[in-house]
Design a protein around this ligand. Structure first.
Ligand SMILES: [Fe+2]
Ligand SMILES: [Fe+2]
Length: 294
C-alpha cells in the first residue's frame, strides 16, 4: 500500500449544524446500544504523565476508528460484488457507520482528557485487497474473515481486558459503549460464514483456497498484533486505572484469542485453520486488507 500519496487532514467533531446533523443524531439514537452515562471526566486524582499517555492513546484510537469506516465501506462494495444477502450488506454498512460514531466517542474522550478533539491524520484510503484471480464470492469471504473474524475478534478481547482493568468511570463508560458495537463486528464473519455454508459445501475447492489464504493472513496479522514485546517501564497504578496496557499483555491476548477462539471458530466451517495457523508464513503474492481497528 506504499504507493498511495498521503492526504494530510485534521479530523474533529464539527458537524454541519443543519438537517444533516439532525439526521445524524436521529440515526445515532436509533442504532446505539447503550446510553452515555458518565459525561464528565474527573482528572484530579491522576498524575500528569498518566493523563498524557491516556490522551495520546485515545487520540490514536480516534484515528483508527475513523479509518476503519473506510475498510467496512469498501467491504460493503465487495459484498455487492459477491451478491450477498440484503441483510449482510446493510449490516456491513451499519458497521461502517458504527466506526464513524466511534470516532465521535473517542473525540469526546480526547476532549474530556484535556485535548482539543482535533487530531492530524492521513485520510488517504488504501484499496481493499482484491485477491486477483479469486471469485467475487471468495474475495468477500477472505476479506470478511480477515477484518471481522480475525481483527475485530482480537479487538474485542483487548477491549474486554481493558474494561476489566480500567477503574476510571468516565473511561469505563466510553469503552463499554465501543464494546457494545464491536461484539457485532467480531461476530459478523462467523455469522456470514454460517449463511454461506451451503455455498461453501458446494465449493470444496474454495474451502481449500481459504485455508491457503489463512496461512498467509495469520502471519500478516501476527506481524501487526503479535509483534515483539517492547522494552517499557511497568505501568503505574494511575496508568492502569486509566486503561493503558503493556505490549506484553496485548501480545498475550492476541495469541490466546487466535488459538482458542478464532482458529477453532473457523475450523467449524471445514476450513483448515488449525493447519494454517501451525504453518503460517508469508506467501508470494498474498494480500490482506488494511487492518480495521477498534
Ligand atoms: Fe469495529
Ligand atoms: Fe470501532
Amino acid at each position: 500500500m506504499g504507493l498511495m500519496d498521503p492526504i494530510s487532514a485534521v479530523i474533529g467533531l464539527a458537524l454541519t449544524g443543519n438537517t444533516i446533523e439532525k439526521e445524524y443524531r436521529a440515526l445515532d439514537e436509533a442504532i446505539r446500544r447503550t446510553e452515555r452515562l458518565v459525561p464528565e471526566f474527573d482528572p484530579k486524582t491522576y498524575d500528569a504523565r498518566a493523563l498524557a499517555r491516556a490522551l495520546d492513546s485515545w487520540e490514536r484510537r480516534m484515528v483508527f476508528e475513523h479509518r476503519s469506516t473506510t475498510v467496512f465501506a469498501n467491504l460493503a462494495v465487495q459484498l455487492f460484488e459477491a451478491n450477498a444477502s440484503l441483510d449482510a450488506k446493510t449490516v456491513m454498512l451499519r458497521m461502517a457507520q458504527d466506526e464513524v460514531r466511534h470516532t465521535e466517542t473517542c473525540g469526546q474522550v480526547v476532549i474530556g482528557l484535556g485535548g482539543t478533539g482535533e487530531v492530524a491524520a492521513d485520510v488517504a484510503v488504501p484499496p481493499l485487497a482484491s485477491h486477483r484471480g479469486v471469485s467475487p464470492e471468495e474475495r468477500a469471504l477472505r476479506n470478511v474473515i480477515y477484518t471481522t473474524s480475525m481483527s475485530e475478534m482480537v479487538a474485542i478481547a483487548m477491549l474486554v481486558d481493558e474494561l476489566d482493568q480500567t477503574k476510571d468511570r468516565f473511561l469505563r463508560d466510553a469503552t463499554r459503549r465501543l464494546l457494545a458495537d464491536e461484539v457485532l463486528h467480531g461476530q459478523f464473519g462467523f455469522l456470514y460464514l454460517e449463511a454461506w455454508r451451503p455455498w461453501l459445501d458446494a465449493h470444496p475447492d474454495v474451502k481449500g483456497s481459504l485455508g491457503r489464504y489463512l496461512t498467509h493472513a495469520f502471519k500478516v496479522i501476527e506481524g501487526v498484533l503479535g509483534g515483539p514485546v517492547q522494552a517499557e517501564a511497568p505501568l503505574s497504578e494511575d496508568e492502569l486505572a486509566l486503561g493503558l496496557h503493556s505490549s506484553a499483555r496485548g501480545r498475550e491476548i492476541f495469541y490466546e484469542t487466535m488459538e482458542h477462539a478464532i482458529v477453532p471458530g473457523l475450523e467449524r466451517f471445514g476450513i483448515e485453520a488449525g493447519k494454517a495457523w501451525k504453518e503460517r508464513r508469508l506467501l508470494e503474492g498474498g494480500t490482506v486488507p488494511e487492518r480495521p481497528r477498534i
